[in-house]
Design a protein around this ligand. Structure first.
Ligand SMILES: O=C(O)CCC(=O)C(=O)O
Ligand SMILES: [Fe+2]
Length: 386
Protein backbone atom coordinates (compact mmCIF):
# COMPACT_ATOMS: atom_id res chain seq x y z
CA UNK A 1 0.00 0.00 0.00
CA UNK A 2 1.32 3.38 -0.87
CA UNK A 3 1.26 6.69 0.86
CA UNK A 4 -0.83 9.73 0.20
CA UNK A 5 0.81 11.80 -2.49
CA UNK A 6 3.16 14.42 -1.11
CA UNK A 7 1.66 17.79 -0.46
CA UNK A 8 -1.83 16.60 0.26
CA UNK A 9 -3.28 17.41 3.63
CA UNK A 10 -4.18 14.60 5.94
CA UNK A 11 -7.07 15.15 8.30
CA UNK A 12 -7.44 12.74 11.12
CA UNK A 13 -10.42 12.95 13.37
CA UNK A 14 -9.88 12.84 17.07
CA UNK A 15 -11.66 14.35 20.02
CA UNK A 16 -9.23 17.15 20.58
CA UNK A 17 -8.80 17.94 16.94
CA UNK A 18 -12.22 18.96 15.90
CA UNK A 19 -12.81 22.07 13.98
CA UNK A 20 -16.25 23.50 14.41
CA UNK A 21 -18.39 25.04 11.76
CA UNK A 22 -21.05 23.77 9.46
CA UNK A 23 -20.25 23.02 5.89
CA UNK A 24 -23.01 22.97 3.37
CA UNK A 25 -22.99 21.46 -0.03
CA UNK A 26 -25.09 22.11 -3.05
CA UNK A 27 -28.44 20.45 -3.12
CA UNK A 28 -28.69 17.27 -4.99
CA UNK A 29 -30.72 17.91 -8.11
CA UNK A 30 -32.30 14.89 -9.60
CA UNK A 31 -34.55 15.24 -12.56
CA UNK A 32 -37.06 12.90 -11.03
CA UNK A 33 -36.84 13.59 -7.34
CA UNK A 34 -37.31 16.77 -5.48
CA UNK A 35 -34.51 16.99 -2.94
CA UNK A 36 -35.18 19.51 -0.23
CA UNK A 37 -32.27 19.01 2.11
CA UNK A 38 -29.23 21.17 2.46
CA UNK A 39 -26.47 18.73 3.13
CA UNK A 40 -24.12 18.60 6.02
CA UNK A 41 -20.63 17.35 5.38
CA UNK A 42 -18.97 15.43 8.13
CA UNK A 43 -15.24 15.15 7.85
CA UNK A 44 -15.08 12.14 10.07
CA UNK A 45 -16.72 8.82 9.98
CA UNK A 46 -17.36 5.78 12.06
CA UNK A 47 -16.87 2.19 11.27
CA UNK A 48 -18.36 -0.04 13.84
CA UNK A 49 -19.69 2.99 15.62
CA UNK A 50 -16.37 4.20 16.81
CA UNK A 51 -13.80 4.62 14.16
CA UNK A 52 -12.51 8.09 13.57
CA UNK A 53 -11.15 8.71 10.17
CA UNK A 54 -8.59 10.63 8.30
CA UNK A 55 -9.62 12.65 5.33
CA UNK A 56 -6.94 13.04 2.72
CA UNK A 57 -8.20 15.12 -0.15
CA UNK A 58 -7.44 13.41 -3.37
CA UNK A 59 -5.46 10.64 -1.76
CA UNK A 60 -5.05 7.63 -3.92
CA UNK A 61 -5.56 4.35 -2.13
CA UNK A 62 -3.17 1.57 -2.79
CA UNK A 63 -0.52 3.89 -4.13
CA UNK A 64 -2.45 4.68 -7.25
CA UNK A 65 -1.55 7.87 -9.01
CA UNK A 66 -3.89 10.79 -8.38
CA UNK A 67 -6.80 10.58 -10.73
CA UNK A 68 -10.50 10.06 -10.85
CA UNK A 69 -11.89 8.92 -7.55
CA UNK A 70 -12.33 5.22 -7.39
CA UNK A 71 -15.95 4.40 -7.59
CA UNK A 72 -17.50 7.78 -7.02
CA UNK A 73 -21.18 7.38 -7.63
CA UNK A 74 -22.18 9.81 -10.27
CA UNK A 75 -24.99 8.83 -12.53
CA UNK A 76 -23.99 5.41 -13.72
CA UNK A 77 -25.69 4.45 -16.94
CA UNK A 78 -26.67 8.04 -17.48
CA UNK A 79 -23.06 8.82 -18.21
CA UNK A 80 -22.03 5.91 -20.33
CA UNK A 81 -19.06 6.82 -22.44
CA UNK A 82 -17.85 9.28 -19.86
CA UNK A 83 -14.49 8.13 -18.55
CA UNK A 84 -14.44 10.37 -15.53
CA UNK A 85 -15.73 7.73 -13.23
CA UNK A 86 -13.58 4.83 -14.23
CA UNK A 87 -11.10 3.12 -12.00
CA UNK A 88 -7.49 3.91 -12.72
CA UNK A 89 -4.95 1.55 -14.16
CA UNK A 90 -3.11 1.39 -10.86
CA UNK A 91 -6.12 0.22 -8.93
CA UNK A 92 -5.07 -2.91 -7.12
CA UNK A 93 -8.56 -4.31 -7.39
CA UNK A 94 -8.67 -3.70 -11.11
CA UNK A 95 -12.08 -2.08 -11.00
CA UNK A 96 -13.84 -0.83 -14.05
CA UNK A 97 -16.80 0.79 -12.39
CA UNK A 98 -18.61 1.80 -15.52
CA UNK A 99 -18.37 -1.47 -17.37
CA UNK A 100 -21.56 -3.12 -18.44
CA UNK A 101 -20.82 -5.84 -15.90
CA UNK A 102 -21.99 -3.35 -13.26
CA UNK A 103 -25.55 -3.74 -14.33
CA UNK A 104 -25.06 -7.47 -14.42
CA UNK A 105 -23.70 -7.54 -10.89
CA UNK A 106 -26.59 -5.52 -9.62
CA UNK A 107 -29.03 -7.65 -11.55
CA UNK A 108 -27.62 -10.93 -10.33
CA UNK A 109 -27.32 -10.03 -6.69
CA UNK A 110 -30.16 -7.60 -6.03
CA UNK A 111 -33.84 -8.41 -6.31
CA UNK A 112 -34.30 -5.99 -9.18
CA UNK A 113 -38.00 -6.71 -9.49
CA UNK A 114 -38.45 -4.94 -6.15
CA UNK A 115 -35.42 -2.70 -6.35
CA UNK A 116 -34.66 -1.74 -9.96
CA UNK A 117 -31.19 -0.33 -9.34
CA UNK A 118 -30.02 -0.91 -12.92
CA UNK A 119 -32.70 1.49 -14.12
CA UNK A 120 -32.39 4.83 -12.28
CA UNK A 121 -34.75 6.46 -14.76
CA UNK A 122 -37.60 4.11 -13.96
CA UNK A 123 -40.67 4.92 -11.89
CA UNK A 124 -39.90 1.94 -9.66
CA UNK A 125 -36.47 3.29 -8.80
CA UNK A 126 -37.93 6.69 -7.99
CA UNK A 127 -40.58 5.14 -5.77
CA UNK A 128 -38.02 3.22 -3.74
CA UNK A 129 -35.71 6.21 -3.31
CA UNK A 130 -38.64 8.44 -2.32
CA UNK A 131 -39.74 5.95 0.29
CA UNK A 132 -36.25 5.59 1.74
CA UNK A 133 -35.82 9.36 1.88
CA UNK A 134 -39.13 9.77 3.62
CA UNK A 135 -38.27 7.13 6.23
CA UNK A 136 -34.80 8.56 6.80
CA UNK A 137 -36.21 12.02 7.27
CA UNK A 138 -38.87 10.86 9.68
CA UNK A 139 -37.22 8.00 11.56
CA UNK A 140 -33.52 8.15 10.66
CA UNK A 141 -33.78 4.57 9.43
CA UNK A 142 -35.01 2.66 6.41
CA UNK A 143 -34.97 -1.07 5.72
CA UNK A 144 -35.28 -2.60 2.27
CA UNK A 145 -36.46 -6.15 2.95
CA UNK A 146 -35.18 -8.96 0.75
CA UNK A 147 -32.81 -6.65 -1.05
CA UNK A 148 -30.69 -9.65 -2.01
CA UNK A 149 -32.36 -12.14 -4.34
CA UNK A 150 -33.64 -15.19 -2.51
CA UNK A 151 -31.48 -17.39 -4.73
CA UNK A 152 -28.32 -15.64 -3.48
CA UNK A 153 -29.10 -15.45 0.23
CA UNK A 154 -27.54 -18.79 1.09
CA UNK A 155 -24.33 -17.73 -0.65
CA UNK A 156 -24.45 -14.39 1.15
CA UNK A 157 -24.53 -16.16 4.49
CA UNK A 158 -21.97 -18.83 3.65
CA UNK A 159 -19.40 -16.44 2.24
CA UNK A 160 -19.47 -14.27 5.33
CA UNK A 161 -19.59 -17.21 7.72
CA UNK A 162 -16.43 -18.53 6.05
CA UNK A 163 -14.45 -15.41 6.91
CA UNK A 164 -16.03 -14.72 10.31
CA UNK A 165 -13.22 -16.62 12.11
CA UNK A 166 -10.82 -13.99 10.71
CA UNK A 167 -12.36 -11.27 12.87
CA UNK A 168 -10.10 -9.39 15.22
CA UNK A 169 -11.50 -9.71 18.74
CA UNK A 170 -11.12 -7.26 21.52
CA UNK A 171 -13.13 -6.33 24.59
CA UNK A 172 -13.33 -2.71 25.53
CA UNK A 173 -14.94 -0.50 28.08
CA UNK A 174 -16.71 2.24 26.17
CA UNK A 175 -19.51 4.74 26.56
CA UNK A 176 -22.27 5.83 24.23
CA UNK A 177 -20.20 8.70 22.89
CA UNK A 178 -17.00 6.77 22.24
CA UNK A 179 -15.07 9.31 24.22
CA UNK A 180 -12.50 8.41 26.86
CA UNK A 181 -14.25 6.64 29.69
CA UNK A 182 -12.04 8.44 32.18
CA UNK A 183 -13.11 11.83 30.85
CA UNK A 184 -13.82 14.29 33.61
CA UNK A 185 -17.54 14.61 33.02
CA UNK A 186 -20.20 15.81 35.46
CA UNK A 187 -21.49 13.07 37.76
CA UNK A 188 -24.85 12.77 36.00
CA UNK A 189 -23.46 12.89 32.45
CA UNK A 190 -24.55 9.84 30.40
CA UNK A 191 -20.97 9.54 29.15
CA UNK A 192 -20.08 8.39 32.67
CA UNK A 193 -22.02 5.19 32.13
CA UNK A 194 -19.46 2.56 31.16
CA UNK A 195 -20.46 -0.21 28.75
CA UNK A 196 -18.61 -3.38 27.82
CA UNK A 197 -18.22 -4.02 24.16
CA UNK A 198 -16.82 -7.11 22.51
CA UNK A 199 -15.38 -5.90 19.25
CA UNK A 200 -14.98 -8.31 16.37
CA UNK A 201 -14.51 -7.09 12.83
CA UNK A 202 -13.30 -8.81 9.70
CA UNK A 203 -11.35 -6.25 7.67
CA UNK A 204 -11.92 -5.50 4.02
CA UNK A 205 -8.66 -7.10 2.93
CA UNK A 206 -10.02 -10.43 4.18
CA UNK A 207 -13.19 -10.14 2.10
CA UNK A 208 -12.82 -11.69 -1.32
CA UNK A 209 -13.75 -9.42 -4.18
CA UNK A 210 -16.09 -12.03 -5.60
CA UNK A 211 -18.16 -12.11 -2.44
CA UNK A 212 -21.64 -10.69 -2.73
CA UNK A 213 -21.00 -7.98 -0.14
CA UNK A 214 -17.84 -6.88 -1.95
CA UNK A 215 -19.59 -6.82 -5.30
CA UNK A 216 -22.32 -4.69 -3.83
CA UNK A 217 -19.97 -2.34 -2.01
CA UNK A 218 -18.06 -1.49 -5.15
CA UNK A 219 -21.02 -1.44 -7.53
CA UNK A 220 -21.62 1.93 -9.16
CA UNK A 221 -25.35 1.44 -9.41
CA UNK A 222 -25.47 0.57 -5.74
CA UNK A 223 -23.41 3.60 -4.75
CA UNK A 224 -25.51 5.88 -6.87
CA UNK A 225 -28.65 4.51 -5.28
CA UNK A 226 -27.19 4.94 -1.78
CA UNK A 227 -26.14 8.52 -2.51
CA UNK A 228 -29.61 9.37 -3.76
CA UNK A 229 -31.27 7.78 -0.74
CA UNK A 230 -29.17 9.89 1.60
CA UNK A 231 -29.65 12.94 -0.62
CA UNK A 232 -25.93 13.25 -1.22
CA UNK A 233 -24.30 14.29 -4.48
CA UNK A 234 -22.21 11.12 -4.37
CA UNK A 235 -20.66 8.63 -2.01
CA UNK A 236 -17.18 7.17 -2.14
CA UNK A 237 -15.68 3.97 -0.89
CA UNK A 238 -13.21 4.58 1.88
CA UNK A 239 -9.62 4.68 0.70
CA UNK A 240 -8.90 2.27 3.52
CA UNK A 241 -8.02 -1.33 2.80
CA UNK A 242 -9.24 -2.41 6.23
CA UNK A 243 -12.26 -0.31 7.09
CA UNK A 244 -14.19 0.34 3.92
CA UNK A 245 -16.14 -2.85 4.05
CA UNK A 246 -16.21 -5.03 7.15
CA UNK A 247 -18.07 -7.85 8.67
CA UNK A 248 -19.23 -7.29 12.23
CA UNK A 249 -19.32 -10.57 14.15
CA UNK A 250 -21.37 -10.90 17.33
CA UNK A 251 -20.84 -14.32 18.81
CA UNK A 252 -23.31 -15.72 21.35
CA UNK A 253 -23.07 -13.70 24.55
CA UNK A 254 -21.80 -10.61 22.77
CA UNK A 255 -23.67 -7.37 22.24
CA UNK A 256 -23.05 -4.01 20.66
CA UNK A 257 -23.97 -1.57 23.42
CA UNK A 258 -25.77 1.76 23.06
CA UNK A 259 -23.82 4.29 21.05
CA UNK A 260 -23.92 7.11 18.54
CA UNK A 261 -22.00 6.75 15.31
CA UNK A 262 -19.48 9.39 14.35
CA UNK A 263 -20.60 9.36 10.75
CA UNK A 264 -23.98 10.63 9.71
CA UNK A 265 -25.00 7.69 7.62
CA UNK A 266 -24.47 3.95 7.67
CA UNK A 267 -25.31 1.18 5.25
CA UNK A 268 -25.42 -2.36 6.55
CA UNK A 269 -26.78 -5.79 5.84
CA UNK A 270 -27.43 -8.70 8.12
CA UNK A 271 -25.90 -11.80 6.55
CA UNK A 272 -26.60 -14.28 9.33
CA UNK A 273 -29.21 -14.01 12.05
CA UNK A 274 -28.80 -15.46 15.51
CA UNK A 275 -31.26 -17.92 17.01
CA UNK A 276 -32.32 -15.32 19.56
CA UNK A 277 -31.38 -11.82 20.60
CA UNK A 278 -29.11 -9.69 18.45
CA UNK A 279 -31.92 -7.20 17.86
CA UNK A 280 -31.16 -3.78 16.43
CA UNK A 281 -32.73 -1.13 18.66
CA UNK A 282 -32.64 2.61 18.13
CA UNK A 283 -33.98 5.89 19.44
CA UNK A 284 -34.82 8.02 16.39
CA UNK A 285 -33.27 11.47 16.54
CA UNK A 286 -32.82 11.42 20.29
CA UNK A 287 -30.27 14.18 19.82
CA UNK A 288 -29.63 16.80 17.15
CA UNK A 289 -26.63 18.78 16.02
CA UNK A 290 -27.84 21.53 18.33
CA UNK A 291 -28.94 19.55 21.39
CA UNK A 292 -27.44 16.53 23.14
CA UNK A 293 -30.62 15.76 25.12
CA UNK A 294 -28.66 14.10 27.91
CA UNK A 295 -31.79 13.47 29.97
CA UNK A 296 -33.35 11.11 27.44
CA UNK A 297 -30.01 9.48 26.61
CA UNK A 298 -29.44 8.87 30.31
CA UNK A 299 -32.92 7.38 30.63
CA UNK A 300 -32.28 4.93 27.80
CA UNK A 301 -28.87 3.91 29.16
CA UNK A 302 -30.41 3.40 32.59
CA UNK A 303 -33.18 1.20 31.19
CA UNK A 304 -35.90 3.81 31.71
CA UNK A 305 -36.31 4.87 28.09
CA UNK A 306 -38.47 2.10 26.68
CA UNK A 307 -40.91 4.58 25.16
CA UNK A 308 -38.08 6.07 23.09
CA UNK A 309 -36.88 2.78 21.59
CA UNK A 310 -37.79 1.19 18.26
CA UNK A 311 -36.82 -2.35 17.30
CA UNK A 312 -36.04 -3.72 13.87
CA UNK A 313 -36.65 -7.29 12.89
CA UNK A 314 -33.97 -7.69 10.26
CA UNK A 315 -33.56 -10.75 8.07
CA UNK A 316 -30.42 -11.75 6.18
CA UNK A 317 -30.30 -9.96 2.86
CA UNK A 318 -32.24 -6.92 4.09
CA UNK A 319 -30.50 -3.64 3.40
CA UNK A 320 -30.49 -1.10 6.21
CA UNK A 321 -29.84 2.60 5.76
CA UNK A 322 -29.39 4.44 9.00
CA UNK A 323 -28.47 7.85 10.33
CA UNK A 324 -26.66 6.90 13.50
CA UNK A 325 -25.19 10.21 14.52
CA UNK A 326 -28.38 11.47 16.07
CA UNK A 327 -30.08 8.17 16.89
CA UNK A 328 -28.73 6.25 19.84
CA UNK A 329 -28.66 2.57 18.91
CA UNK A 330 -27.45 -0.86 19.93
CA UNK A 331 -27.58 -4.55 19.07
CA UNK A 332 -28.86 -6.58 22.00
CA UNK A 333 -27.03 -9.60 23.34
CA UNK A 334 -26.90 -12.62 21.02
CA UNK A 335 -28.33 -15.88 22.37
CA UNK A 336 -28.29 -19.44 21.11
CA UNK A 337 -25.62 -21.23 19.14
CA UNK A 338 -25.47 -19.02 16.05
CA UNK A 339 -23.44 -15.82 15.71
CA UNK A 340 -24.93 -12.64 14.27
CA UNK A 341 -23.07 -11.42 11.19
CA UNK A 342 -23.61 -7.96 9.76
CA UNK A 343 -21.79 -6.41 6.79
CA UNK A 344 -21.01 -2.73 7.10
CA UNK A 345 -20.62 -0.75 3.90
CA UNK A 346 -18.69 2.35 4.87
CA UNK A 347 -18.96 5.22 2.44
CA UNK A 348 -17.96 8.82 2.68
CA UNK A 349 -19.06 11.97 0.95
CA UNK A 350 -15.47 12.68 0.01
CA UNK A 351 -12.83 10.55 -1.60
CA UNK A 352 -9.62 9.59 0.15
CA UNK A 353 -10.90 8.77 3.62
CA UNK A 354 -8.83 6.42 5.74
CA UNK A 355 -8.99 5.51 9.42
CA UNK A 356 -6.80 7.02 12.09
CA UNK A 357 -3.93 4.90 13.36
CA UNK A 358 -5.33 4.56 16.87
CA UNK A 359 -8.82 3.50 15.82
CA UNK A 360 -7.62 1.21 13.10
CA UNK A 361 -5.37 -0.61 15.53
CA UNK A 362 -8.25 -0.84 17.97
CA UNK A 363 -10.68 -2.24 15.43
CA UNK A 364 -8.45 -4.51 13.40
CA UNK A 365 -5.37 -5.07 15.58
CA UNK A 366 -3.07 -3.71 12.87
CA UNK A 367 -2.46 -0.72 10.64
CA UNK A 368 -1.16 -0.27 7.12
CA UNK A 369 1.15 2.38 5.66
CA UNK A 370 -1.90 4.25 4.35
CA UNK A 371 -3.04 4.84 7.92
CA UNK A 372 0.36 6.05 9.06
CA UNK A 373 0.49 8.42 6.10
CA UNK A 374 -2.84 10.02 6.82
CA UNK A 375 -2.47 11.28 10.38
CA UNK A 376 -3.29 14.97 10.58
CA UNK A 377 -6.07 17.26 11.54
CA UNK A 378 -9.82 16.77 11.91
CA UNK A 379 -12.62 18.64 10.30
CA UNK A 380 -15.87 18.46 12.21
CA UNK A 381 -19.20 20.05 11.52
CA UNK A 382 -20.71 20.13 14.97
CA UNK A 383 -19.74 20.23 18.59
CA UNK A 384 -21.50 17.09 19.71
CA UNK A 385 -19.67 14.64 21.84
CA UNK A 386 -18.83 11.55 19.88
O1 LIG B 1 -24.47 -4.55 13.66
C1 LIG B 1 -25.33 -3.70 13.47
O2 LIG B 1 -26.45 -3.96 13.03
C2 LIG B 1 -25.04 -2.26 13.77
C3 LIG B 1 -23.65 -2.04 14.24
C4 LIG B 1 -23.43 -0.62 14.56
O3 LIG B 1 -24.22 0.06 15.10
C5 LIG B 1 -22.14 -0.04 14.22
O4 LIG B 1 -21.28 -0.77 13.70
O5 LIG B 1 -21.96 1.16 14.45
FE1 LIG C 1 -23.52 2.14 15.15
Amino acid sequence: MGQAPAGEAGIVGDVGDRVGGRVTMPRLRLPILNSAATLTVVGSLTVGGKMRIAYVPGASPGGRPPGPARGASSHPRLRSGDDSNRGTAGDARGEDPMSTSEALVAGQVIDTARYPLPDPASAGWTRVVSRVRHELQNHGCSVLPNFIRSSRRAALRLECAAIAPLAYYDVETVNAYNIATDASLPADHPGRIALRRGNAFVARDRIHEDFIIHQLYTDELFKYFIACCFELPQVHELADSLAGLCLNVLNPGMEHPWHFDTNEFTVSMLTQEPQAGGVFEYCPNIRSAQAENFADVRAVLAGRGGHLIRRLSLRPGDLQLFKGRYSLHRVTSVHGATARHCAIFAYCERPGVVGSVARTRQLFGRVLPEHLAAEGRAVRVDQLLD
